[in-house]
Design a protein around this ligand. Structure first.
Ligand SMILES: [Zn+2]
Length: 493
């Protein structure tokens, strides 16, 4: 257990709240026993079995228990504005364009991806009109020359709403859904491709958040993106990520919402109160030199994407969103990919939200009835209240990121001499309302930060705990108590 939780004046939710790890581990041990045909304790001991102990919490050390960051009054108001009826209207309107296939008509006003593009643009312009000039809307287009799943030169258009932050920095957070759709044959651009779950649901979450946040001033910039070309090969998101890189944007977090429309699996299992967040471990853009460091001293569970995912669980897994955020330690599902990947390829922290249980009869399928069963990605299979809750999870994460400090930069762990303590250094954060820094640490077998040490306003901290035995990180805190994601240090002499 964290050693100093009694220092808190009142109970706060901590990483240790809920069923204890001891209970969880005891449950696992019981399950093992059951699978083994109800082994007796002596029988388990005979081949090294028996209850697991808590040795993985070793060592004890300094600091108070890490806590969740509860939504403040403004964020609670924002989450309450997210409206299920709007989400439903957006999904149903997108479905009404018949198909949104990337190779479908660009200039038919009623049917095809062009009609969908123009409707999304007009919706975002409507929201921007209420932003007092903070939100601008653009069509980000380019011509994709023939390539995989693109037989002829094809205009691909992302529709972006940029909500400018007040701090005037290049610090940016991005949230996307893809508005293109497909059926069984990925090259079929004429059949009805409703794409309600994949991915009108994600676009609906993005648009509804753009509408709500347009009226709330924020410190860093948020970009709300509806991208095209995803089903043909992540073309739109690749173009967008490259333009951010070319512009020198400081993208400190990116989420894609892709297949967030249903809470019911193919076997009828329903889980309406959780969402998966896929977050990679070893960074997609890791260099050979970085891989050598990782092989030497660890860090495969401390990528920027993992720190971003941990941040989401701290700010968005609560009663105000009504959701559990189930972080999955992988980049994406088997056989699948998404619009987070082009951002990961360019070194931007990124992760993917997806519903907890998928029904593959409702994705990438020709709309048809087979043996009396309706197949296809139709709005009748969507749970609009669920999509609204996913939007709230995204809203809590984005608002907390954009109103908190940026992730500390150039964080190093000094390794010039062999010592049994730890010296961390980092660059000063630029935010005007910065209050202090916190060093966080955890035993290496823990998956989330357990302990917090106040580091004040300095950019260096020495801690009497061996860097060889635990993992350390650094985060920034502003005067309102909003935190940044954690930065994981690199060795520095
Ligand atoms: Zn998709």
């Amino acid at each position: 257990m964290p050693p100093s939780s009694e220092q808190h004046q009142e109970p706060v939710p901590t990483r240790a709240s809920g069923p204890s790890r001891r209970v969880f581990l005891a449950g696992s041990a019981a399950a093992v026993g059951a699978v083994g045909g109800g082994l007796t304790a002596p029988a388990m001991a005979a081949f090294g079995g028996g209850p697991l102990d808590e040795g993985e919490d070793w060592p004890e050390g300094p600091g108070v228990a890490n806590t969740l960051q509860a939504p403040d009054a403004e964020l609670r108001a924002i989450l309450a504005e997210v409206d299920e009826g709007n989400v439903r209207a957006i999904v149903e309107t997108l479905v009404s364009f018949g198909t949104r296939h990337t190779l479908s008509s660009q200039d038919d006003p009623k049917r095809g991806i062009g009609a969908a593009r123009d409707w999304i643009y007009s919706e975002l312009r409507r929201y921007a009109a209420r932003s007092q000039g903070r939100m601008t809307v653009e069509k980000q287009s380019y011509v994709q020359q023939p390539a995989s799943r693109i037989p002829v030169p094809t205009t691909i258009t992302n529709v972006l709403a940029t909500l400018k932050g007040s701090e005037g920095s290049k610090r940016t957070y991005v949230v996307s859904g893809h508005y293109d759709s497909r059926v069984t044959d990925v090259m079929n651009s004429t059949a009805d491709a409703p794409g309600a779950d994949d991915d009108a649901s994600g676009v609906a979450a993005v648009l509804e958040l753009a509408r709500v946040l347009a009226t709330h001033p924020i410190e860093a910039t948020i970009v709300f993106a509806a991208v095209a070309g995803e089903e043909q090969g992540l073309y739109g998101s690749t173009h967008m990520a490259q333009l951010f890189q070319d512009a020198g944007a400081d993208v400190q977090g990116m989420f894609t919402d892709d297949i967030v429309g249903s809470s019911t699996a193919d076997d009828g299992t329903r889980d309406a109160n959780s969402v998966r967040l896929f977050a990679e471990g070893v960074p997609t853009d890791e260099t050979p030199a970085e891989a050598n460091v990782r092989r030497s001293v660890g860090g495969e569970n401390d990528s920027p994407a993992r720190q971003l995912a941990r941040f989401v669980t701290e700010v968005a897994d609560n009663d105000q969103t009504g959701m559990r955020v189930r972080v999955i330690y992988r980049r994406d599902r088997y056989l699948r990919g998404g619009d987070q990947i082009p951002f990961l390829e360019r070194g931007y922290p990124a992760a993917r939200f997806t519903e907890p249980n998928e029904d593959f009869a409702h994705q990438h399928q020709d709309v048809r009835v087979e043996n009396g069963k309706q197949i296809g990605d139709l709005p009748q299979f969507c749970d609009f209240a669920y999509i609204a809750r996913v939007a709230r999870v995204n809203g809590a994460a984005l608002w907390s990121l954009a109103n908190g400090p940026g992730t500390p930069k150039n964080v190093g762990i000094v390794t010039s001499n062999l010592t049994n303590d730890t010296e961390l250094t980092w660059d000063a954060n630029p935010e005007a309302d910065l209050a202090r820094y916190e060093v966080v640490w955890r035993p290496t077998l823990q998956d989330d930060w357990t302990n917090v040490i106040d580091a004040g306003t300095a950019t260096r901290k020495v801690i009497n705990l061996s860097k060889d035995n635990v993992f350390f990180g650094v985060r920034a805190v502003d005067r309102s108590g909003h935190r940044s994601p954690v930065a994981f240090p690199v060795p520095k002499s």
